[in-house]
Design a protein around this ligand. Sequence first.
Ligand code: 1CP
Length: 354
Amino acid sequence: MSHAKVDANPFLAALDGKTRARPPIWLMRQAGRYLPEYREIRARAPTFLDFCYNPGLAVEATLQPIRRFGFDAAILFSDILVIPDALGQDVSFEAGEGPRLRPLQTQADIEALRPELNVGRLNPVFETIERLRTKLPEDVALIGFCGAPWTVATYMIAGRGTPDQAPARRFAYLQPDLFQRLIDCLVDVSSDYLVRQFQAGVQAVQIFDSWSGVLPVAEFERWCLDPVHAMISRVRSRVPEARIIAFPRGAGTYLPRFTAGAGTERMGLSALGLDTSVDPDWAATALPEKLPLQGNLDPIALLAGGPRLDEAIDRILAAFDGRPHIFNLGHGILPETPIAHVEQLMQRVRRGRQ
Ligand code: 1CP
């Protein structure tokens, strides 16, 4: 991408370390159920995976929040669980209940997974990306994504979302070699998947490690940090300029371990996503000066609205003043969030720092 294009794109400029009067903004899970227009088109596909694999519908769902709010980046509409689906595990989504997978329990279950990226299955995702690149204006970036190996593995082992991912943690303690094979398989496949997304036209990717916060430090290093670093070097070996955001939710005091080499060309991550519980003032001083940070408004503050929302926004803007920052939530937007509160957020961030 030429410099002229990056300068016209505030999100990419921030990822490249540029600081602006106001930060670019997008929201995790910005496409989805809080939007009436999403609920309308969601009803057109029989299942959630059918929806994800339908380029016409996925393109539309990706564009809806851009049209309505004018975010600086669009995130591909898909899900982290297309990877287990592509590996041959049964995946479905129950309305109102979340994902259901046939849990992996034995060595035979893990050996039965197809260890290579099933491009045939995922072709509609790449087609969605290609179509989006022709539809998005130059100043709106396109973000691809996948789940981190640990987070995807937690769903593959438990077969569903759980409050603390106890099934995968227990599995990893009892059968570390077998669990390592699953993680290695996910590193390979997810790295290939991200490379394919870049080849199809995404300009940055985010690796969602939504469950990195449930592990003690040694397990965090082995199951979260090492696999994500392996993915970053794998992707960079094929897409040297790849912009990669890591979002290790709940990593707390482990965050500085994530940033070794970050901000240095071709090493480490391009930006770090911060969850709601990270003190922005701490992050702004404790994490490498040149590392772009993303976050971290409480999704419940956005749900609540009113003057407390304005205060929370201002506190984050002030904390990251003077360093590269991408405004975002500290986790995904909640389906009950009023549209008017997202508009309030956009106006406040666009107005710039007071
Ligand atoms: O029918 C529906 O509308 C189902 C709801 C839904 C949606 C809108 C699911 C099921 N996934 C998605 C889209 C989605 N998921 C996106 C693209 C849209 C966007 O960001 O705007 C992305 C990036 C995800 C990522 C995702 N899926 C994560 C990581 C982020 C996070 O929130 O922590 C995780 C953990 C999932 C799994 C998943 N998929 C769906 C649900 C309800 C869940 C959570 C399951 C659970 O733990 O209970």
